[in-house]
Design a protein around this ligand. Structure first.
Ligand SMILES: [Ca+2]
Ligand SMILES: [Ca+2]
Length: 271
């Protein structure tokens, strides 16, 4: 029994360390470019892609998520690293739980055929097929901010707008998304609300859909609020967050491995 756990724990450590270092050890990677028309691309981390069209509503996909995004709970408690892309920048960046950031993937790894930007990002699905069933379209057409593949509207634009304090007259567009059942982590395009509050698009919120208001994501030692300096921190040319995802932290995975060790010890004691 004992021998089983050592290689398993070692494999998890190696996997976790590699996952934060680059995309090759992360499964099920999908992205959508500007003007995608509902076609998204599966990418292998070596620049190769396969185009798929899962049957989204007509329009350009600007945010992708799974029904239960892996590492969503860990992201909320700062136990997972954040993957993030920005308007006008082709790289995927990572922010670890200490707030250190670096480039996680470059265009040659994402799609060697070239692209304008990563409008939507989804990882941790099975290989070779899309598992993105929660999504948004550019402009939130029909007044829907969060759509379910084949299943209508999860959250209307008006409901999301109210949750972040916008007046009903403010025109905005949800443009980045993770999902976990009825919970979402999301960003929007820049918006100036004529009645007051304005956002620069670099905000990331968490909302469970039942609370009256959404709250800013607290990750990397700071709130992802309007005051957070995206351009200065990441060295990019736009404040606007375009897509988000999560990958494990080495520190949190070490604790997982520690837990496995305790579990193994407990099992040994029971035998
Ligand atoms: Ca949208
Ligand atoms: Ca945004």
């Amino acid at each position: 029994m004992k021998r089983v756990w050592v290689p398993l724990a070692s494999a998890i450590v190696l996997f976790a360390a590699a996952a934060t270092g680059g995309p090759l050890q992360v499964s099920g990677k999908e992205y959508a470019d500007l003007g995608n028309g509902g076609t998204i691309k599966l990418w292998d981390g070596l620049g190769n892609t396969v185009s798929v069209n899962p049957g989204f509503d007509r329009g350009d996909v600007d945010a992708l998520a799974a029904q239960y995004d892996l590492f969503f709970p860990e992201l909320l408690t700062n136990w997972a690293a954040l993957l993030v892309t920005f308007d006008g920048d082709p790289n995927i960046y990572i922010e670890d739980n200490f707030g250190v950031n670096y480039t996680w993937a470059v265009p040659a790894q994402v799609d060697s055929a070239g692209y304008t930007m990563i409008e939507a990002l989804e990882v941790w699905g099975p290989e070779g097929v899309s598992d993105a069933t929660i999504y948004s379209l550019r402009g939130d057409p029909g007044g829907c901010a969060v759509l379910v593949l084949g299943g209508g509207c999860l959250y209307t634009n008006a409901a999301v707008g109210a949750a972040i304090g916008l007046s009903s007259g403010a025109q905005f567009d949800l443009d980045a998304l993770m999902a976990y059942g009825d919970q979402i982590v999301f960003s929007i395009r820049p918006v100036s609300d004529p009645t007051g509050v304005s956002f620069d698009g670099g905000e990331i919120w968490h909302w469970d859909g039942k609370a009256a208001s959404a709250s800013f994501l607290n990750h990397g030692g700071h709130l992802w609020d309007t005051a957070f300096d995206v351009m200065g921190t990441f060295g990019v040319n736009s404040e606007n967050v375009a897509s988000i995802e999560a990958v494990p932290e080495p520190a949190s995975m070490a604790l997982v491995v520690g837990s496995l060790g305790l579990l193994a010890a407990a099992i040994r004691r029971r035998r």
